[in-house]
Design a binder for this molecule. Structure first.
Ligand code: F6P
Length: 327
């Protein structure tokens, strides 16, 4: 029979995402509600290894629901990838009696949790915290909605100046391996083309379609490119367009890390609160090695390794919509 979870650790790992604080708050307060002791692990898995672990009280998470970033800080730990590193981490948890963990992060963080939970007797629950939305088993990831709205706001502003000058703008958004921010923000801002890592970029087709729109005197041209697009991101795309379309007034804007910060949207606060609450409930129910997601507005529990391996698939229909609506 599974040991009763009485002391839990919560950590944020990988890249930060808006809404992580709301999730931490939910974990801490739900844990305390159930009479548990809750500990915050600083800087992700690094804090487990460095023994940087602090006791959390209900007041420790006051006034954070509206704040971006994470009060527990984030890191990507190389040492945790080694068995020796994980052993030290385990001993630091064990000496405090921590017997349950909630990991808020993305695919790399879940891979670490999966390994750790297989090696030691500490159940791990993952919450999908990433602006990239590249995790299977959940309609939402904590931070995506805020990031995509930040991108939309910025692209709308760029559109104003693109329109005023009859310019072509290449806008690079975040997403090293995933095109969701590009796809959602591109459709929502009426981009002419959207280039993402999941589909092969046909640069000739892009140049032809831009040239054809120019001939038709279609006024605003916006191309949204995910940073991890296979052709090489915004810089490469802008470079080739400038070479091949020398008479077009082309500019590049890289949005970068502004997409990771800022006050979380209502949706991100809400899903973070629901997921945080259910993470603790899951530990009480004896679940381990699962990610808590939300599918069709219901809580969904899937094995951590499935969340990582399966990813989400970009719908072909969405790509078709982009083409038709940009005509
Ligand atoms: O995973 C989130 C993300 O913002 C990606 O979209 C981006 O490629 C990456 O993190 C950037 O990471 P870093 O801040 O470490 O450069």
């Amino acid at each position: 029979m599974a040991t009763k979870v009485t002391k839990i650790g919560v950590l944020t790992s990988g890249g930060d995402s808006p809404g992580m604080n709301a999730a931490i708050r939910a974990v801490v307060r739900t844990g305390i509600y159930h009479g548990m002791e809750v500990f915050g692990v600083m800087r992700g898995y690094s804090g487990m290894i460095d023994d940087d672990i602090v006791k959390m009280e209900s007041r420790s998470v006051a006034n954070i629901i509206q704040r971006g970033g994470t009060i527990l800080k984030c890191a990507r730990s190389k040492q945790f990838l080694t068995p020796e590193g994980r052993q030290i981490a385990y001993e630091n948890l064990k000496k405090r009696g921590i017997n349950g963990l909630v990991i808020i992060g993305g695919d790399g963080s879940f891979r670490g949790a999966q390994k750790f939970s297989n090696e030691f007797d500490i159940p791990c629950i993952g919450l999908p915290g990433t602006i990239d939305k590249d995790i299977a088993g959940s309609d939402f990831t904590i931070g995506f909605d805020t990031a995509v709205n930040t991108a939309v706001d910025a692209i709308d502003k760029i559109r104003d100046t693109a329109d005023a000058h009859d310019r072509l703008f290449i806008v690079e958004v975040m997403g090293r391996d995933a095109g969701y921010i590009a796809l959602h923000s591109g459709i929502a801002t009426g981009a002419e083309n959207i280039l993402i890592p999941e589909t092969k970029t046909d640069i000739e087709e892009l140049i032809d379609s831009l040239g054809e729109k120019e001939k038709r005197k279609k006024l605003v041209n916006l191309v949204v490119v995910a940073e991890g697009d296979d052709f090489g991101g915004g810089n490469e795309v802008a470079k080739i367009i400038k070479e091949r379309m020398p008479t077009t007034d082309t500019r590049l804007c890289i949005l970068g890390h502004i997409q990771r910060g800022g006050s979380p949207t209502c949706l991100d606060r809400l899903i973070a609160s629901r997921m945080g609450y259910h993470a603790v409930e899951s530990l009480i129910e004896g679940r381990h090695n699962v990610m808590v997601g939300i599918l069709n507005n219901r809580m969904n529990y899937i094995p951590l390794d499935f969340a990582v391996k399966a990813k989400q698939r970009i719908s072909k229909e969405w790509m078709k919509i982009v083409k038709i609506l940009a005509s």
